[in-house]
Design a binder for this molecule. Structure first.
Ligand code: BES
Ligand code: ZN
Ligand code: ZN
Length: 472
């Protein structure tokens, strides 16, 4: 629990400290107030205090978030579950838009991944000390909701695959939306068959745990005519590669192939919790990619939901198949006017950008501008990838309209363009988070080893932008 307070009864806390302030405190050579330096002391009032260094330059929003995360991580490691956070030293950096990200940093810095040992951690009780609590109350709430949305996405990705089958993932999403103004519909395998969603059915048919699809409808703006933006997220709860089996050393992390779907759910959760006046529809095709007598195979030709025929060249290129059906469904049945899809889609994007930058493809400048604005607020890093006619030709098949594999170059582009085919000329933006959804070594303090919750904040800010742009 994180709350605002003007005074506190807790006797343990955190204070932030610039280099100048460290000099004044006279901690000498031990603590210089360098950025993210940590020092514990007993204050003159006899309180146990952790000092977090801020350095001396102006802090960026991400640095503010990291300083907050550093404080929470430190308290978690000391196993202190009730503490105050004094904003005095950091107040000048807490501009309106930084506030909710400061709170998010506090929330996520203390994140503990799911554990199946007997040791139980406790939820922290944090009192943020401010001079005037009224001014920042809505920012505090936003920060908490965003933190919860990111945490949900992390939990789903970190959760062991055997405990999170397609049905479990769908249920967890429904559970997360309980009590919110989000209509949740789970389309079961029978319904998918009636709809002839053969992209999703072909991939999902490879597992004894059947596929399903979660549809989340949030209508925060009843006055708007359109159904607004459609967020389509890849929900592969386990990707072995299927008959085009992954080598053993590429199997680590296969349980996290639903990070895109989790990001869609996490962002809609935060929008609904915060009562944002926007309309968003989330579509999350969910399945496993495994091996069974019923599995789809290279050489198969399938007819997708929108009747496009696709030649299967590689069963490990499954994400684009399920997303294609998700996108076509969002347009056809949910009447969304713009498509944003997000997925851990290609190893190629990891080769390109590593673990700190996601890939973006987009065919509409207004939509891209909205996205770029959103990343300025969320501080997530993405880089745009171009595409041209020659790339479209790379996925033309000799026996069907498309094939699900391009040549062994331009992998991120051809995967994206496959999905774009199903957006049928509607504004389309595609996020490939295969590198950023998971980190072995955290890059920033608000990350932890494993799932990052990539995409949640950017999707949230992007949908929120729709409100100010009046496009909804
Ligand atoms: N889920 C993977 C992509 C991936 C790779 C995610 C590494 C996270 C880390 C996707 O389904 C996949 O297997 N893609 C293949 C496509 C190829 C067969 C065209 C890939 O990128 O190797
Ligand atoms: Zn795959
Ligand atoms: Zn995959």
């Amino acid at each position: 629990m994180i709350q605002l307070a003007t005074r506190t009864d807790f006797h343990t806390g955190v204070r932030f400290c610039t280099k100048e302030r460290a000099l004044e405190l006279g901690t000498g050579d031990i603590f210089k107030g360098k950025y993210l330096e940590i020092f514990s002391r007993v204050s003159s009032l006899g309180e146990q205090e952790i000092l977090i260094g801020l350095g001396k330059k102006k802090l960026t929003k991400r640095e503010v978030m990291e300083a907050a995360a550093c404080a929470a991580a430190c308290m978690r490691d000391y196993k202190i579950w009730k503490y105050y956070v004094d904003t005095e030293g950091i107040e000048s950096f807490l501009t309106e838009s930084n506030w909710s990200y400061f709170v998010q940093g506090l929330y996520l810095g203390g994140y503990v991944e799911p554990s199946f040992t007997k040791d139980k951690t406790q939820p922290a009780e944090i009192s943020i000390l401010v001079s005037d609590s009224n001014l920042v109350e809505d920012k505090l709430r936003e920060g908490i909701y965003l933190g919860e949305g990111v945490e949900f996405a992390r939990e789903m990705v970190n959760y062991p695959g055997n405990l999170l089958r397609p049905q479990d993932f769908a249920q967890a999403i429904a559970e997360q939306m309980k009590g919110l103004a989000v209509e949740v519909e789970i389309l079961e395998e029978d319904q998918l068959k009636e709809l002839a969603m053969n992209g999703l059915l072909s991939v999902g048919g490879s597992s004894a745990f059947p596929p399903c699809m979660a549809v989340l409808r949030y209508r925060g703006n009843q006055d708007a005519a359109g159904e607004g933006i459609g967020l389509v997220g890849k929900g592969v709860t386990c990707d072995t590669g299927g008959y085009c089996l992954k080598p053993a050393n590429s199997m680590e992390g296969i349980r996290g192939d639903m990070a895109g779907g989790a990001a869609v759910a996490g962002s809609i959760y935060a929008l609904a919790k915060n009562h944002e006046a926007v309309n968003v529809t989330g579509v999350i095709p969910i399945c496993e990619n495994r091996i069974s007598p019923d599995s789809y195979l290279p050489g198969d030709v399938i007819t997708m939901y929108d009747k496009t025929t696709v030649e299967i060249c590689n069963t490990d290129a499954e994400g684009r198949l399920i997303l294609a059906d998700g996108v076509a469904y969002a347009l056809d049945r949910e009447h969304v006017t713009q498509i944003v899809d997000i997925a851990t889609l290609t190893g190629a994007v990891v080769n390109l950008f590593g673990f700190s930058i996601g890939g973006v493809l987009c065919d509409n400048e207004a939509l891209y501008e909205c996205f770029a604005e959103a990343t300025k607020i969320s501080t997530e890093q993405y880089a745009r990838i171009p595409f041209y006619q020659e790339h479209e030709e790379m996925i033309e098949s000799r026996v069907a309209e498309l094939k699900n594999l391009g040549p062994n170059y331009c992998g991120t582009i051809t995967a994206g363009l496959f999905i774009r085919h199903f957006a049928k000329g509607k504004p389309w933006l595609h996020l490939d988070i295969a590198g950023t959804a998971w980190v072995e070594e955290p890059l920033w303090r608000f990350q932890s080893k494993g799932a990052t919750g990539a995409g949640v904040t950017t999707l949230y800010e992007m949908c929120k932008q729709q409100k100010t742009r009046g496009e909804n």
